[in-house]
Ligand binder design. Structure first.
Ligand code: HEC
Ligand code: HEC
Length: 109
């Protein structure tokens, strides 16, 4: 193993104990060089544009998962990988890419 993806899923509750929607944070770390890696799943190497997703969604996963899952699709990939077998939503796999293409048509994108 040479690199690790570090994920922070924050939790904040209001006075009524309701979870507030927050952005998750992800960062690639180089275990050999002992340093963070710039632009690994970000910048010019981003897996997708979360701003484009959020033009429709505002935040993803903050309702059906938990409040701290917003603002970052790389965080979805830490669990939703194509090596996990599919189920009722998408037969191909539980990978976030499979989900996204199964759910949307994305005309003109
Ligand atoms: C043009 C608008 C639009 C864009 C852009 C968009 N989505 Fe969606 N998305 C939708 C709609 C509409 C649904 C269906 C919502 C429903 O059935 O409640 C949906 C559903 C989903 C779901 C299933 C959520 C659930 O509750 O089951 C996921 C996951 C998802 N989108 C991820 C993404 C990601 C990741 C991106 C960016 C790559 C993205 N979407 C971009 C409109 C959009
Ligand atoms: C900590 C692990 C983890 C993370 C991170 C994660 N998920 Fe999930 N997700 C799961 C598990 C476990 C399930 C339930 C089992 C399944 O259907 O794969 C699930 C279910 C779902 C479902 C419902 C699928 C269905 O069966 O109807 C959607 C949609 C989804 N996740 C989208 C996302 C999105 C979008 C993100 C990123 C914002 C995300 N997940 C991040 C673990 C995770």
């Amino acid at each position: 193993m040479k690199k690790a993806e570090i994920v922070v899923l924050p939790t904040l509750r209001n006075a009524d104990s309701e979870t507030i929607g927050l952005n998750a944070a992800t960062q690639t770390f180089d275990l050999v060089g002992n340093a963070t890696v710039a632009d690994y799943y970000k910048g010019t190497h981003a897996v997708t544009s979360v701003e484009k997703c959020n033009a429709c969604h505002d935040a993803l996963g903050t309702t059906f998962h938990s409040g701290g899952y917003g603002g970052d699709v790389v965080v979805c990939r830490t669990c939703h990988v194509s090596s996990s077998g599919g189920s009722h939503l998408e037969m191909q796999s539980r990978g976030i890419d499979s989900y996204v293409h199964a759910i949307h048509k994305f005309p003109g994108v």
